[in-house]
Design a protein around this ligand. Structure first.
Ligand code: BES
Ligand code: MN
Ligand code: ZN
Length: 460
């Protein structure tokens, strides 16, 4: 696949595209003159949003393209996606009518994403030339990080096991001059008992990746991602319909790696740490069982009510570990509950934090970069739902009713973070079931453009 966006100078004679409001079509056609008005009428061009009209030259070549901009109330990423989909093969440059060139270019490039590792799929054919190098430099970290997250999720579990996922993380950090440590085997069992318990049923050994980048004196930001490479549910096995998409259960890890790539490529002045428990929740004679009790890294005992509530277990130990060095900010991302999707649907991940300023800032950046997020509460009274008669905590709602599943999972995680300046948890879906504008079908980057925008503003 060629790069969907390129720097001017790398291409000659791009075709210029003008955005035309429906209300200004007449006027615009007058201004171009020639036969364009008759041509536009003959084609029935109305400049509705996304309509494209090719204006031929007298020699019968493509002279220019008009891009319908309807009433003008369109968001930049969605505009870019519409351009990518509707322009015929060729090389284009944005002429007048586009305010946010960076946003349009990003939407164009995001819509061009294809996952073609296992099958030839028809590539995106149009190419966009950007004349401002600063725009390209600003976009590349975001684009690369987003593609990384999507590729990792889309790769099936037979090729993306705990080892492969850990290798992606260590390679990414190596490439940027960082370092990493992988905890595995007896050491994992001793240091991260819950990670070991969840991953032990698989022939592919569980492990915990701890990767670090940046200057020690810079503010410490730690990202924790759920890396369940496949979630069969374990002994409390999932039904087929619930299991089919579970290669995406490392979507939290994929997204924190995407965000880490953005941070490192943009060289944000932070001391970045990424912690990923990489496990398979599998069924075997070594699987953990409902009613087992484990002492977590933090010392809290946890009774297993259902082995399918495995995400909060591996995150508990990873978060406790992250918290030990008291970072300024911990962000965790996880495909944690089906309940989050019931509450808000696949495209609007909930986030949880008790830091009011952080909550507000996230909302602002989410809106600014069209990366939708919705705050949900760490509602203390529901702590009673995750109590156990025999342990400090239960990994499921023990009240008998399956209420507030995403909230109770978040409350469970909260028990393992005490010292850090602030903590935010995102219960993402990590998947776009129905393609829409710049969101292609399949593995999805969620929240990381918003979080990157926030971190860039706060630390950049
Ligand atoms: N990985 C799933 C959550 C999930 C399911 C996310 C479907 C996105 C789509 C998680 O490990 C899980 O199985 N959660 C259970 C928890 C329950 C057993 C308490 C759930 O949400 O049903
Ligand atoms: Mn599960
Ligand atoms: Zn899971």
């Amino acid at each position: 696949m060629h790069d969907p966006i390129i720097l001017a100078g790398d291409s000659t004679n791009p075709i210029s595209v003008s955005a035309v409001l429906a209300a200004e079509l007449e006027e615009h056609l007058e201004s171009i003159g020639g036969l364009s008005k008759a041509w536009s009428n003959a084609q029935g061009f109305k400049a509705r949003f996304g309509d494209t009209l090719i204006i031929p030259s007298a020699e019968g070549e493509v002279a220019a393209v008009l891009f319908g901009f309807g009433n003008g109330e369109y968001e930049a990423l969605e505009t870019g996606a519409a351009l990518n989909k509707n322009l015929p093969a060729g090389t284009y440059e944005l002429s007048d009518g586009f305010d946010d060139v960076a946003g349009v270019a990003l939407g164009f490039a995001l819509a061009a994403y294809r996952f073609d590792a296992y099958k030839k799929v028809s590539p995106s054919k149009a190419q966009l030339v950007i004349s401002d190098k600063a725009i390209i430099d600003e976009l590349m970290p975001i684009l690369d990080g987003t593609r990384l997250a999507k590729d990792l999720i889309n790769t099936p579990a037979n090729d993306m096991g705990p080892e492969e996922l850990a290798t992606v993380a260590t390679t990414l950090f190596d490439d940027h001059g960082g370092s990493s440590n992988i905890v595995i085997g007896d050491e994992l069992e001793k240091e991260f008992p819950l990670v070991h318990a969840v991953g032990n049923g698989s022939d592919r050994a569980p492990r915990l990746v701890d990767a670090i980048w940046g200057k020690d004196t810079d503010p410490k930001i730690t990202l924790v991602g759920k890396g369940v490479i496949f979630d069969s549910g374990g002994l409390d096995v999932k039904p087929a319909a619930g299991m089919i998409l579970m290669k995406k259960d490392m979507g939290g890890a994929a997204n924190v790696l995407g965000l880490a790539a953005m941070i490192m490529k943009a060289k944000l002045p932070v001391r970045l740490r990424v912690i990923i428990p990489a496990v398979e929740n599998a069924i075997s004679g070594r699987s953990f069982r409902p009613s087992d009790i484990f002492i977590s890294r933090k010392g809290l005992s946890v009774e297993i009510g259902n082995t399918d509530a495995e995400g909060r277990l591996v995150l508990a130990d990873a978060l406790a570990f992250a918290d030990e060095e008291t970072p300024e900010l911990i962000i965790d991302m996880a495909t944690l509950t089906g309940a989050a999707r019931v509450a808000l649907g696949p495209d609007l991940p909930p986030y949880y934090t008790d830091d009011e300023d952080l909550a507000e800032t996230i909302a602002v950046h989410s809106e600014a970069v069209n990366d939708p997020l919705w705050r949900m509460p760490l509602w203390k009274p529901y702590n009673k739902y995750i109590t156990s008669k025999t342990a400090d905590l239960a990994n499921i709602n023990t009240s008998g009713a399956g209420f507030a599943g995403s909230i109770t999972a978040a409350l469970f995680l909260q028990k393992f973070v005490e010292r850090s300046g602030s903590w935010v948890h995102l219960d993402i879906y990590g998947w776009t079931p129905i393609e829409k504008d710049f969101r292609t079908h399949g593995g999805e980057a969620q929240a990381i453009r918003a979080l990157f925008d926030m971190l860039k503003t706060r630390f950049g």
